[in-house]
Design a binder for this molecule. Sequence first.
Ligand SMILES: NC(=O)c1ccc[n+]([C@@H]2O[C@H](COP(=O)([O-])OP(=O)(O)OC[C@H]3O[C@@H](n4cnc5c(N)ncnc54)[C@H](O)[C@@H]3O)[C@@H](O)[C@H]2O)c1
Ligand SMILES: [Zn+2]
Ligand SMILES: [Zn+2]
Length: 375
Amino acid sequence: MKTIGALIWEPGTRSGWSVEDIEIDPPKSREVLIKLAASGICHSDDHVDTGDIPLDWGPIIGGHEGAGVIQEVGPDVEGTGFEVGDHIVLSFLPSCGHCRMCTIGKSNMCEMGAGVLGGFAPDGTHRVHARGQGVGPFSYLGTFSPYVVVNIDSCVKIPKDIPLDKAALIGCGVPTGWGSAMYAADITFDDTVVIVGTGGVGMNAVQGAKHRRAKNIITIDPNAYKRDQAKVFGATHSFASYDDAAETLAQLTNGQGADVVILTVDVLHGDLLNPAQEMTRRGGTLVVTAAAPVLQRDVPFDLFTFAMSGKRMQGSLYGTTIARRDIPLIADLYKRGEFKLDELITKTYKLEQINEAVQDMRDGKNIRGVITYDD
Ligand SMILES: NC(=O)c1ccc[n+]([C@@H]2O[C@H](COP(=O)([O-])OP(=O)(O)OC[C@H]3O[C@@H](n4cnc5c(N)ncnc54)[C@H](O)[C@@H]3O)[C@@H](O)[C@H]2O)c1
Ligand SMILES: [Zn+2]
Ligand SMILES: [Zn+2]
């Protein structure tokens, strides 16, 4: 079918997104065609343009935070539990359900997920074409288009009474932040937590900390709007910098430091790491969720203190969530009024406005900007 999509032809050159005509193939084995309601814009999409996530191939169709309705099913889908009309949140990492990592409850590490930035559909071919060339999808998805053809291993069914434009956010930013607090950090009710960077991911770490009934939820963000908004999601204190937070953190913890520090800034430059360790109490947990520039290698870090104070540093991919469990769970929490999705969406855009939307994200204007696709 013919539609439009937002592409980057030369990743890493800060070219911005090119909205143009694309051709999408029909679904192949175990694939479905989905008409999307919306796509969130995650900072990870921008990393492809800036080169913080370097790709040696192009063009890429961006977007990995989408939700929509199945329009058509390909061969071998019948009997898998997916059918036309199902409402789907696209998981930015697939879960095949039968590799070792999936079977030990770590589907965020599904072996199939290893190829998500390889430039092809999981079977090594292209579904999207532009200017006569194959186009690689971000995260096997490419939600910067009103339609996607995706493998069912990237699809998670949600109830039909959840608004799809809100549900789109449960494909990446929401579970990544929420899970970073719930699972990667394993926060408990007595904890003092510091969350550094409260955008589309970090605000959900705040929500996760609140669900775990953390005693103190301190957020740090240089952006005044984000500091105000953090309170809406459950922050008890908000500061502009590590230095500004230091005195209150010391008062709240008898000088010990935070039980948990979670890093959810836009780009994790190395100089942010050691101060985060310094804020973490002895035996506490430092969760690294934000993407660092992939090629960054030299990071100043006080390893002596780290070891001798028994701290734990925990990487957090997709918030350590299990997509097939946590996406429906978050949708249900939303339905019960226990999870904020509406408040995460600051502004909606048409696909043609994508570069404006990305600039707004870089300028810190949005918690999440969302592209909506109308009929
Ligand atoms: N680990 C994963 O699985 C995963 C998944 C999704 C996104 N990410 C990454 O998470 C990060 C956050 O993504 P996002 O979409 O929320 O970005 P965002 O742009 O919405 O939010 C980033 C926030 O960090 C703040 N910030 C910038 N510098 C700061 C500093 N020095 N101290 C405190 N705050 C600072 C910004 O003001 C902004 O509010 C990105 O690096 C993204 O690539 C990781
Ligand atoms: Zn993302
Ligand atoms: Zn798997």
